[in-house]
Design a protein. Structure first.
Length: 246
C-alpha cells in the first residue's frame, strides 16, 4: 500500500554551523532517516530483504536548498517512492518549516543490490504497489555528471568502520560530508549551498584509500567534485555543487 511518510525533527546543536543554521549534510541525513523509517514501515528495509539477499543502493540524488532551518526549529519531512522503472526506483523528499513553507527538496534514484554478488538485482514487481502517485512529482535525477578536468586539493581519506552503514559500504551522507569538507573553509563564511547533484558510480568499503578532489567553475559558484580509489584510479563518486553569496 502506498502512502506518504511524514515525520517531524528538531534541529540539534550537533547539526548547526557558525550561524546556528543546519549543515547541508545534516539536513540530508535527516531526510535519509525519514526514508529509512518509511522503508521499515512498508516492510522493505534492508532487514526485510535479507531473505532475498537484497539491499537498497543510492545511484543519484539532486538536493535543492531554499532556506536553512536554525537551532531548535522543527521541520517536517515528507517522503515517498515516486516511481519504478526496470532495475531502478525513485524517491522524493519534501522538507517544510513550522509554517509549512517548503525549504528543501530532493529527488533520488535507487537500485537493489545482491549482498552476496554485489551486483544489481531485479526489483520485485510487487514493490510497484508501494509507489505513491503525487500530483506534483519532482523531476527525476536523470543527469550525467562529468569529472573535473583541472582537479585540485587531493585529500586522501582511509575509510574506517565508522564510515560504513549497515550494508558494509561507506554511508551516502558520510561521502557527501567528505566532499564538502574538502573545500576551503572560507567558502562557508561567504556562501550558502543552493544545490547538490551527486552520482554514486561504485561503492567504497572499509580500509580503502579515497582521493577527494574538486574543480571550481564560474567564480567558485559551481564546483565539480570527484572521489576516486587511490590504488586503481577508479571513479567512485561524481558531484556538482552550486553556491551563492550570503
Amino acid at each position: 500500500m502506498s502512502y506518504i511518510h511524514k515525520e517531524s525533527f528538531s534541529i540539534r546543536t550537533s547539526e548547526i554551523n557558525h550561524l546556528r543554521k543546519v549543515h547541508p549534510h545534516a539536513l540530508i541525513q535527516i531526510m535519509q532517516e525519514a526514508s529509512m523509517q518509511h522503508t521499515i514501515g512498508m516492510k522493505v528495509s534492508v532487514w526485510d530483504l535479507e531473505s532475498m539477499q537484497g539491499a537498497w543502493v543510492l545511484i543519484k540524488m539532486e538536493v535543492n536548498f531554499f532556506n536553512y532551518p536554525a537551532l531548535n526549529d522543527t521541520i517536517k519531512v515528507h517522503t515517498y517512492p515516486s516511481g519504478k522503472e526496470g532495475y531502478f526506483t525513485f524517491r522524493d523528499y519534501l522538507v517544510y518549516d513550522e509554517e509549512d513553507i517548503l525549504i528543501a527538496t530532493a529527488s533520488s534514484q535507487w537500485t537493489m543490490m545482491h549482498t552476496g554478488s554485489r551486483k544489481m538485482m531485479k526489483i520485485p514487481d510487487s514493490f510497484g504497489e508501494l509507489i505513491y502517485q503525487s500530483d506534483k512529482p519532482l523531476t527525476k535525477p536523470e543527469f550525467r555528471l562529468k569529472p573535473g578536468e583541472n582537479l585540485i586539493n587531493s585529500r586522501e581519506i582511509k575509510t574506517t568502520y565508522f564510515h560504513l552503514d549497515w550494508n558494509g559500504h561507506v554511508n551516502n551522507v558520510v561521502m557527501i560530508r567528505m566532499i564538502l569538507e574538502n573545500l576551503d573553509d572560507t567558502i562557508y563564511y561567504q556562501k550558502n549551498l543552493k544545490s547538490l547533484k551527486i552520482q554514486f558510480k561504485s561503492e567504497a568499503v572499509i580500509a580503502q584509500v579515497l582521493c577527494v578532489q574538486f574543480e571550481s567553475l564560474d567564480s567558485d559558484n559551481i564546483i565539480r567534485h570527484t572521489v576516486t580509489d587511490k590504488l586503481t584510479g577508479k571513479e567512485l563518486v561524481l558531484a556538482e555543487t552550486l553556491w551563492e553569496n550570503y
